[in-house]
Design a protein around this ligand. Structure first.
Ligand code: RIB
Ligand code: CA
Length: 311
């Protein structure tokens, strides 16, 4: 039985690779893509999501536009990382497939109500605004979610947008706090693990050597995306943050982490959006998340490259 998922996304080069990996994997049934404002504004994330589907030849995937701003705050974006379009790097054509008429939040609610309880996994790759909005508007769907596997937060790595906070959580901390408090089985891919999924030169050349439009586009996305992290961290390549979510669905055994308590800072301006991860169990607060700290990066890239070759 394929894992049936909704990917909530703010493409974003790394989101794009996560979506492509899902589309290349028969173990996953992608029910729809819900776009959210994040890396770039909503009109671009909803455009980019469709461009990725067209790149993969999957115009059958419904794409929905969702929230264009966080629940209670002004939108913060990351063009300095992803470029003005959010998908800088490859020269991809404008999408011709249409956006769905329904709002993304309605799609999430309708799908969770229509499908058997416990059979749909939510995979947020951006700020959690759409997800929290769906839970606020339809609390009855919370118990129907099979699992949430998301990219966000940090512990040892601390923040990438502020000294304390990772971007996805920082953009909408109130939404993140509500999702982390939902009681839904939650797997978190923080910077601690995603900064170990680095697209080194040889790894990117193996993807480019696929010789396909997808291989070429992904290599060009990474060529663009890596410059920020090379300059900031001196890292050996671009970190593939969001594809860790898809890879976890496919091969959870290549990841390791701990089931701990994770709370979200929503008050202090100094540490707003921090994921306060009780890694050593000192708070006495009940565990609410499997917080991933490590992966077998060679196995990750072998999986990714093998699957991208199928598109
Ligand atoms: O901090 C990394 C996260 O923020 C990734 O999901 C990236 O796409 C951006 O959304
Ligand atoms: Ca993202």
């Amino acid at each position: 039985m394929a894992r049936r998922i909704i990917i909530d996304t703010d493409p974003g080069q790394d989101d794009a690779v996560a979506i492509l990996l899902a589309l290349a994997s028969p173990e996953i049934e992608l029910l729809g893509l819900t776009a959210v404002a994040g890396n770039v504004p909503l009109h671009l994330t909803s455009r980019n999501a469709r461009m990725v589907c067209e790149l993969a030849g999957r115009t059958d995937i419904p794409v929905f536009a969702g929230c264009d701003a966080p629940l209670e705050r002004k939108l913060v974006t990351a063009e300095h990382v992803h470029g003005k379009s959010g998908l800088d790097g490859p020269d991809l054509p404008e999408p011709t497939m249409a956006l769905q008429d329904r709002h993304a939040v309605d799609f999430i609610i309708d799908t969770l109500r229509a499908e058997p309880a416990g059979t749909v996994t939510l995979c947020p790759l951006g700020p959690l605004t759409n997800i929290a909005s769906a839970f606020r508007r339809a609390p009855d769907i919370i118990d129907r979610v099979q699992e949430i596997v998301l990219m966000g937060g940090a512990y040892f790595e601390v923040g990438n947008y502020t000294p304390a906070a990772e971007f996805n959580i920082y953009v909408d901390p109130e939404a993140a706090a509500e999702v982390f408090a939902s009681g839904i089985p939650l797997v978190v891919m923080p910077l601690d693990v995603t900064h170990k999924a680095l697209v080194t030169g040889p790894r990117n050349e193996a993807i480019r050597a696929l010789g396909t439009p997808v291989g070429k586009a992904v290599a060009e996305m990474t060529d663009f995306f890596e410059r920020f992290d090379l300059e900031k961290y001196g890292s050996a390549g671009a970190p593939l943050h969001d594809p860790c979510v898809t890879a976890y669905l496919l091969k959870p055994e290549i990841f390791s982490g701990r089931h701990i308590n994770v709370e979200i800072e929503t008050v202090s301006e100094l540490t707003l959006g921090m994921t306060v991860a009780d890694w050593w169990g000192v708070s006495g607060r009940a565990p609410n998340a499997t917080f991933i700290g490590d992966l077998d990066s060679d196995a990750f890239f072998t999986l990714l490259t093998e699957r991208l070759a199928k598109l």
